[in-house]
Design a protein around this ligand. Structure first.
Ligand code: NAD
Length: 330
């Protein structure tokens, strides 16, 4: 049976990877994909280049906050994977309202339409940043939400609204909370593509504060596999953390990037820390492993080298985007 799948934000970094995977040789032949994307500064139709013209892909250029449009599109869908968001923490410190509009208002618009249509499941793609920052241990899905940036607060709000629609109205909502992703086609304002593109140009990279902030990194392939596990086998009303199990300080990460780009620490400039910068993230991803059999497959060293190679080989993709990147890394 064919499944009609609405993918919001499918022209962004992770959403486009998801669409290219579903429509690729190892994808799902039974899925008809409709991408709804506003093509914000982070959205790029070129990210869907490899599947352009695919008979099972339709692209709609539009805003998830546009209720009449969303209702019209949703009337012909069975399932939703909701990626569309304002996603850059630094931008949320400069203009939080845009994050509330898209991440909170846009999600509610989608949920209202999904409820009317009887969508099942509605997968809300969220982030581990909703948990805040922790000194030791790892967050399970039962951890209270203590978001610190406007970005994280807007994603936490969206998660709570989605769960409320499940509890109040029985909509089959499933939430994924993933750690930091890396891979090809990531907009060059985020830490890894920003640093890689600067290093490839022989420029210095700006490292926040003391560089000892700790993050977990996951290849986008592994995130996409996790989302598919949740879409196909997850439970309604359930939250699933997704993580790479690769705890690294930013300094350690930069070390790997310098090596992969053939540069050294002379290329690093320490800059003032980001306001309210979360010190440490760590997700406990044992639920998705136990219940859905999902575990990361991409080794961090191999994945980073492949990512650097992709940016080296795809200058024509990232050079035009650099004028748009935010003043700091993310
Ligand atoms: P991205 O910024 O690369 O892409 C976001 C996409 O959403 C873009 O194509 C943009 O055009 C689109 N969009 C923005 N506002 C829109 C609107 N109002 N209507 C329709 N489309 C709109 O983001 P990403 O890194 O691919 O992240 C995708 C999702 O995954 C986000 O919800 C993010 O919170 C979540 N997430 C990201 C990471 C990460 O490391 N990048 C980690 C965990 C979770």
């Amino acid at each position: 049976m064919t499944t009609r799948l609405l993918v919001t934000g499918g022209a962004g970094f992770i959403g486009s990877h998801y669409v290219r995977t579903l429509l690729g040789p190892d994808g799902s032949p039974d899925v008809l994909v409709t991408v709804l994307d506003a093509l914000s500064y982070a959205g790029n139709i070129a990210n869907l280049g490899p599947v352009r013209g695919h008979p099972r892909l339709r692209f709609v250029h539009g805003d998830i906050c546009d209720a009449p449009l969303v209702n019209r599109i949703m009337a012909n869908q069975d399932q939703v994977i909701h990626f569309a968001a304002e996603s850059h923490v630094d931008r949320s410190l400069l203009d939080a309202a845009a994050f509330v509009r898209t991440n909170v208002g846009g999600t509610q618009t989608l949920l209202d339409a999904a409820l009317r249509q009887g969508i099942a499941p509605f997968v809300q793609v969220s982030t581990d940043e909703v948990y805040g920052s922790l000194e030791s241990g790892s967050w399970t899905e039962d951890e209270p939400l203590r978001p610190n940036s406007p970005y994280a607060a807007s994603k936490a709000s969206a998660d709570l609204l989605a769960l409320a629609v499940h509890v109040s109205h029985g909509l089959d909502v499933r939430i994924t909370r993933c750690s930091n992703n890396y891979g090809p086609y990531q907009f060059p304002e985020k830490l890894i593509p920003r640093f890689v593109t600067l290093l490839l140009d022989g420029q210095k990279v700006p490292l926040y504060g003391d560089g000892l902030h700790v993050r977990d990194w996951l290849h986008v392939n592994d995130h996409v596999r996790g989302i598919e596990a949740v879409r196909n086998r997850g439970r309604a009303g359930r939250v699933y953390n997704i993580g790479g199990g690769t705890s690294l300080t930013n300094q350690d990460l930069v070390n790997l990037l310098l090596k992969a780009c053939g540069a050294d620490w002379d290329s690093v400039e320490y800059v003032a820390d980001r306001k309210g910068h979360d010190r440490r993230y760590s997700v406990d991803a044992s639920r998705i492993r136990r219940e859905l059999g999902h575990a990361p497959e991409t080794d961090l060293g191999i994945g980073l080298n492949a990512t650097v190679a992709w940016y080296r080989d795809h200058r024509s993709w990232w050079e035009p985007l650099r004028a748009d990147r935010a003043p700091q890394n993310g």
